[in-house]
Design a protein around this ligand. Structure first.
Ligand SMILES: Nc1nc2c(ncn2[C@@H]2O[C@H](COP(=O)(O)OP(=O)(O)OP(=O)(O)O)[C@@H](O)[C@H]2O)c(=O)[nH]1
Ligand SMILES: [Mg+2]
Length: 159
């Protein structure tokens, strides 16, 4: 399941790993999209969930039962870090999601002033998460930077 605040780049992520297609013009997701894609010998089934406030109560439902939660953050939009942290920890506190591995993506690192992985760990308090495996990468859907290691990480969560 791919979750995170609106305009962080969740749908861009799914588009880029599905087709390699990058676009500046992505329509905000309403509710969710389901995508199934084959990467090498792994099939990924992805819930791309909407990030606008009215949809956030749905996140838990889509994260329930998945092999991994991908939490996408706009690494440039520092004003939203507090809100991103709050929503993340609120989600992880759901008893149904205990132990589900978490991958945090600090997206848009093609832009100046993006937060580093170290910054994101601090701002999002990732070091306080102790009940599951947690990884954090800096990446860009636009330049496709680090998407290879992100896909490797996801493939490693499959069973
Ligand atoms: N510069 C840059 N822009 C990006 C990147 N990833 C996404 N964007 C832009 O950010 C905007 C929002 O992207 P979306 O993929 O629609 O974001 P979302 O998280 O799916 O948003 P919701 O569906 O509303 O929750 C779009 O204009 C994208 O082109 C990136 O890596 N770099
Ligand atoms: Mg979207």
């Amino acid at each position: 399941a791919v979750v995170g605040l609106q305009a962080s780049g969740k749908t861009s992520f799914v588009n880029v790993i599905t087709s390699g297609q990058w676009s500046e013009e992505v329509v905000p997701t309403v509710a969710f999209n389901f995508r199934k894609i084959r990467k090498g010998n792994v099939t990924l089934k992805i819930w791309d969930v909407a990030g606008q406030p009215k949809f956030r109560t749905m996140w838990e439902r889509y994260c329930n039962g998945v092999d991994a939660i991908v939490y996408v953050v706009d690494a440039v939009d520092q004003d939203k870090f507090k809100s991103a942290k709050f929503e993340l920890h609120q989600l992880l506190a759901q008893p149904t999601l205990t132990g589900v591995p978490l991958l945090v993506l600090g997206n848009k690192n093609d832009l100046d002033g993006h937060a580093s992985v170290k910054d994101l760990i601090t701002y999002l308090q990732l070091d306080k998460i102790s009940d599951r495996p947690v990884s954090c990468y800096s990446c860009s859907m636009k330049s496709q930077h680090n998407l290879d290691i992100v896909l490797q990480w996801l493939a490693g969560r499959s069973h």
